[in-house]
Structures are given as C-alpha cells and as structure tokens.
Design a protein around this ligand. Structure first.
Ligand code: NAD
Length: 436
C-alpha cells in the first residue's frame, strides 16, 4: 500500500520510523494508503529546511512574493477538480461540497495576492520633542499550522497564503485522517515558483504537534480543531514563547421565532444541519423553537430529511459518510444517549442501510431535547439536529448565552427588532442574523 511521506525542502521524504496511520476512503470503508507519523527528528528536519529558506524569502520583493500567489491561484483554479476529488476520497464529503471548500480557500489566496496593501506601516511625527515613531510589518520567521480533518484544503488556506505572501516560511501538520490535500497543494506551490523550503508538510500525531510547539525555531502557531486540543496547543505554545491562535469547537444555535417563515427555516435547518454530514464547525446542531411553532417546524424538517440521499460523495448524493468508523460510531452513540435521556428520535439515522462497508449514518432529528442532555451540552460533529422547545425569545437568548461553547447563531424572524435585541444581548461568539 502507498505510504505518504513528508514534504520537506521541495521533495517528498519518507518517515524516519515505521510509525504510521491508515488513511481511509470512508465511502468504501477501506484503507487506501498509509501516512508516516513524524518523529521529533522529522519535524526538526522540516524546521531546519524552513529556517534555511526563510532569510532569502523574506528579502524577496513583495511584488515577487505576491506574484507566486497569483501563479498558485491560477494553477489551483485550473486543477481544483483534482483537489476536490482528493478531498472527497479521504474525507467523504460530496464532490460539490469539496469544490465549495476549495473555492472558499481560493478566496483567501486571492486576498493574499493583494497583501501589499495590508503590509503598510505607520508613521507618527513629533511624538516627543524631535522624535518621530514608525512601525513596519515584518515576517515572523518559521510559522506552524495544525489543521483539522473537516476542511483539509480550506483551513490550511486560511493561513498559508497570507503567511507566505508576508514573507514567512511555513510548516503544516495536517490531519492524519485526510493528509493528501496538503501534499497536492505543496506540489502546486512548487509549480507556482515557491522556493524549496518555504512550504513544508509534516504528517503525524501528538509527537509532530509537540515538536512544533516546543521548538524555538517556530515563531507562531495557527491551530484549528477540537476545543480540548485547542486549549492544549494554546497553553503549550504560549508557554514556549510563541504567538498562538487556536480555534476550537462549537455548538451553533438556530432560533426560530413564532413569526418566522417556517418553510425557509426548515430548508435552512436541513442545509445547515446536514451539509457535509454535519462535520462543520459552523453546522447548526441546536434548533431552538420558540412555541407555539415547534410541532409544525419539526414536521417540515422531518419531511425534507426523507428526501436526503446518503451515499458515496462521488455519485451524486446529497450527503456522504462520516470520516472514520470510530467517528461514525461515536456520533451514533450520541443518538443512543439522547434517546436514553428522554429525547424523541423523530428521524433515526442509525437505521440507514447503504450497500458496502462505508462509514454511513443517516441524518437524525431529536425532538424535546433539554439543556441538561449530553446531545445538547457537547459538540457531536455529525448529522444530528436537536430541537429544544422554549416558550419565549428571552429563554432562547439565555440558552445561547449559557452554552459553554463559542456559538454561531442564526435567528429566524420577521421582526427586525428581535434581530436587534439579539445583537445587543448575545454575549458570546459570532452572530448570523437572518431576517427574511
Ligand atoms: P482534533 O482536535 O482532533 O485535531 C486537530 C489537529 O490536532 C489535527 O491535526 C490532529 O492531528 C491534532 N491532534 C489531535 N489530537 C492531538 C493531541 N492529543 N495533541 C496534539 N495534537 C493533536 O480535531 P478534528 O477532529 O480533526 O476536527 C474537528 C474539530 O475541529 C471540531 O471540534 C470542529 O468544531 C473544529 N473546527 C473548528 C473550526 C473553527 O473555525 N473554529 C473550523 C473547523 C473545525
């Protein structure tokens, strides 16, 4: 079976030990390749290559650095279908979802091509007698990126186009569950004219992550993943003197007020709850229905769910499998827990049968969930939508504010004042407001 190596100094190199993991095609439930798990020495080799490449890259003109991003944009745009196919093969999301992911990433690449406008400094005259002060924006050096499985192309592209255009050298540690997208992008960056050593890929697990967090040669770390690991990365990285941005998990709410357009709300709940099989940090997983509309809304959502076609993401389905068998089983165990704690499983994804051994779980709707239940408290990260019935808008707002996660929230109402009240009173997270 093919073993994926690291990408260091412009070439693919094998792992220094036999430690490795299996990469699956989740739609087939079959291992398709293995990926070497870096030892500390492998990560150090990548850091050394990046450190060596950094001085010349930093001194390369801004015009040339952004030109490389222009070329990368052109090459990636021409070959985005190939990248989408790689994502679908290892992650399982449908091909249109994978293409959407690449498109979102390309937007950041395009943003990076205009970085010259953002790298300007400031100048303050006579801040003290005879003293002027100026500030300039400089590259940090070698920067690390640690990314999650659910967006193997887009999340790395949130960071590396900006980091590279700004003159840094990059080491990415992608998710070991779908590592090939980063390798493909590394090849395209090389084709775009990026000098060897400026972009490196190191695969693996905690050993590779710790090597990046502890090494003095890494100046900053950008992490996206689950909250406990985000916290670990933040604490360990900052303890070692690095700048760290760490983005964690979420439990996103959708509040539906009694005057809302229930058809629009039901369409949106289905798209936001089950797109990418719910494996999205901004997926809606908690639907807060403000009575008396819950019965009608639950029926509309359940009717729509019966039309969702689940299957291989390359075969024109609406929803693919979950990323691994372990994750599929974990999500199914949340449905068990929701049922055991008194939730009403209106649509049960556990009963779905798809031919073959793929890691499939059907879309699931659990009604009459209460805030004390595990399905409400924890991030499930799968196609499970919980309905929480409340009696007032204030009760709904309190739910959002009381939740432990940083939440995105969508509000469905015809009352602009209600949206404004939300904007004023919500305490945490990002706010998405939909006023039809
Ligand atoms: P994860 O936390 O399991 O893994 C993220 C990265 O950390 C991977 O590269 C992984 O190899 C590494 N890692 C895992 N365990 C580690 C450990 N013990 N020590 C050091 N490194 C470790 O997350 P995931 O399952 O790959 O991704 C899903 C999570 O990411 C969800 O919680 C989702 O909400 C979150 N996410 C958040 C955003 C956001 O913008 N906030 C975006 C996408 C995903």
């Amino acid at each position: 079976m093919e073993q994926l190596g690291h990408f260091i100094n412009g070439i693919t190199v094998p792992n220094s030990s036999s430690r490795s993991g299996q990469v699956y095609n989740p739609a087939l439930g079959k291992a398709i390749r293995t990926v070497g798990f870096a030892e500390t020495a492998d990560a150090q080799a990548a850091i050394a290559a990046a450190k060596a490449a950094f001085p010349a890259w930093q001194l390369t003109s801004l015009a040339k650095r952004t030109q490389v991003m222009f070329s990368f944009r052109e090459i990636l745009n021409a070959r985005k279908g190939e990248l989408a196919a790689i994502i679908t093969e290892e992650h399982g999301k449908t091909l249109p979802d994978a293409l959407g992911e690449v498109t979102r990433g390309l937007e950041v690449v395009e943003f990076a091509t205009g970085l010259a406008h953002l790298l300007k400094g400031n100048y303050s005259e006579s801040v003290s007698a005879g003293i002027d002060v100026y500030s300039i924006r400089q590259a940090l050096g070698v920067v690390g990126i640690i990314s999650p499985f659910n967006f193997p192309a887009m999340v790395p592209m949130w960071f590396f186009p900006i980091a590279i255009a700004a003159g840094n050298a990059v080491i990415i540690k992608p998710s070991e569950k779908d590592p090939s997208a980063s390798m493909f992008m590394a090849q395209l960056l090389k084709e775009a004219g990026l000098p060897d050593g400026v972009f490196n890929v190191v695969h693996g697990d905690k050993v590779a992550v710790d090597a990046l967090l502890e090494h003095p040669g890494i100046k900053s770390v950008s992490f996206v993943g689950s909250t406990p690991i985000a916290q670990y990365v933040y604490e360990t990285g900052t303890k070692h003197g690095k700048r760290v941005q760490a983005l964690g998990g979420a439990k996103n709410h959708m509040i539906v007020l009694p005057d809302a357009d229930l058809d629009l709300a039901a369409d949106s709940a289905v798209n936001a709850g089950f797109g990418s099989a719910g494996e999205r940090c901004m997926a809606i997983s908690a639907l807060v229905a403000v009575e008396p509309i819950a019965d009608a809304l639950v029926k509309k959502i359940a009717d729509r769910m019966s039309t969702i076609k689940v299957g291989d993401g390359t075969k024109g389905c609406d929803m693919g499998p979950l990323v691994t068998k372990a994750h599929r089983d974990k999500v199914a165990s949340y449905i068990d827990a929701g049922e055991a704690e008194g939730g009403n499983v209106v649509v049960d994804g556990r009963t779905l049968k798809v031919e073959g051994n793929g890691f499939f779980l059907g879309p699931t709707l659990i009604d009459r969930v209460t805030p004390s239940m595990k399905v409400y408290r924890e991030e499930i990260f799968g196609p499970v939508l919980s309905v929480i019935r409340v009696n007032s808008y204030d009760e709904a707002l309190k739910l959002v504010n009381d939740h432990a996660f940083g939440n995105g929230t969508a509000i469905f109402t015809n009352d602009g004042g209600a949206a404004r009240k939300f904007q004023n009173e919500v305490e945490v997270g990002m706010v998405g407001i939909n006023v039809p």
